[in-house]
Design a protein around this ligand. Sequence first.
Ligand SMILES: [Cu+2]
Length: 562
Amino acid sequence: MFTYLLPICLALCQTVLSKTLIYDWDVTWVWASPDGFGRPVAGINNRFPCPPIEATVGDRVIVNLNNKLGNETTSLHFHGIYQTGTSAMDGPSGVTQCPIPPGASFTYDFVVNQSGTYWYHSHNKGQYIDGLRGPFIIRDAAAPFKFDEELTITLSDWYQGQAPDLINYFMSAANEAAGGSEPIPNSALIGDTQNTKFNVKPKTTYLVHVLNIGSFVGAYLKIDGHEMTIVEADGVYTESQAVDELYLTVAQRYSVLVTTKDDTSQNSAILSTLDTSMFDDFPPWANPDVYGYLIYDSSKSLPPVSPLRDYNVFDDFDLIPQDRQTAFTKVDEQIMITMNFEDDDGINRAIVNNVTYIPQNVPTLYTAMSAPKDVVMNPLIYGVNSNAFVLKFNQTIEIVLINLDSGGHPWHLHGHKFQVIARSPANTTYEASAIHPPQTPMRRDTILVYTGGYIVLRFQADNPGIQLFHCHIEWHVEAGLIATLVEAPDVLQDTQSIPHDHYQVCKSQNIPTKGNAAGNTQNWLDLTGANTNISTNDYGALVNPPKRKRRSRVMRSLSNQG
Ligand SMILES: [Cu+2]
């Protein structure tokens, strides 16, 4: 009789049941040895691995972040979270906030109206390479699948060196002269450690959240003797897809259903290996293999393991979203992006339409918030090196990304899940006439573009905010492989605000919070003083980097040859 009230009740009940989750987090250096080698790691509350955030759809999440690192700035990004109405909580430093200096505090406060497997990580100058990252799981009573228990398996590459030193060498003339290679990870991790044990019950269906929280290369995963069924990718429910192996680029996530055996006589191995095809060099000290175990009975021995080498990967382009959302057919605005790398005065820089990304004097969000109406939609005010594209509210946007580099790149868009309209094989020239959208394209927030190939993505510009579109390889972020989508800044400045503590961390560092990219509040089209110079002494998030050493004569002659 009262069935017409049901939707109202569901909405109300959701609101009533929503919780506020408060995380008081000190970012601290922790001595840890995830792969057996001890080193300082960026952790939380003196612990590493960093703790998960576990929420339910509709919850409000508050993270009170205190930077107690002492020697580095920090920030947190909540990867895949839309931040609808709260662009200021997105996290990338220089974009939606200032870097948080040592001793300062900063509050992230937002509501999660989405579900699935996400993660958080520092979005500040390559810092998450040093460990500041963790899972962010959002549960949903209305999820279209059934399970008994949950497990979270993170995969990642790992370095024994520290990010500031690795970044400094990666961005040096010496490295460019030697070929510009990314640093090779020493090892691989499961759950930010190795030989990780997961206790399981027999004959039980687990929802296993799998995340690649690494910094550089993709990772394969297989659970010996157990089939996996993909039911979610990057927070999008999918039609069930059985696979016996997963491949995740950095920043991608899946939920898979795994039903355990009805037999506790043997434990099972979890096999993971890094995608070494992304290494420019394969030194003997690099170990791409890592293992974990499903423990059915802790009194039984661990099963023997051997490296995972039978790569048998399902193409994520073929996944079908469970809601069967059809492809957007009418595109209002097309953004063409060509990506490549170039030698910029002896330094290896990434370029988006021939321009390398450099953070601007004023965080881009603050430029958008303070701009007069007559210039807020003008990409010029955001600075040439922000690679800004201004999107009009609610338009359907198509991004065509053409990869001219001789390597694959996992591209991530903040604030959205895009439809994957096309992905070409490697070394394929883009032709608009060759694009035939699938009827119900896969949606996700991170997608691999193959070597020399292209991807075509579509989404609705319905989320006013500053949304970065960037390669998620941290080395490439540092090298400037970033575009800035300034989404409906006219709506943004009328509907959102910046909390006082956010401005405060800028003021304490004398970073301007008003004006165009150069900080000019008088003449908005005068970009004199905007940041157009790349750093020649990049030590990542270090506050007091060592002074630049004089380059030796040998190095100078080497780089001149390059
Ligand atoms: Cu890349």
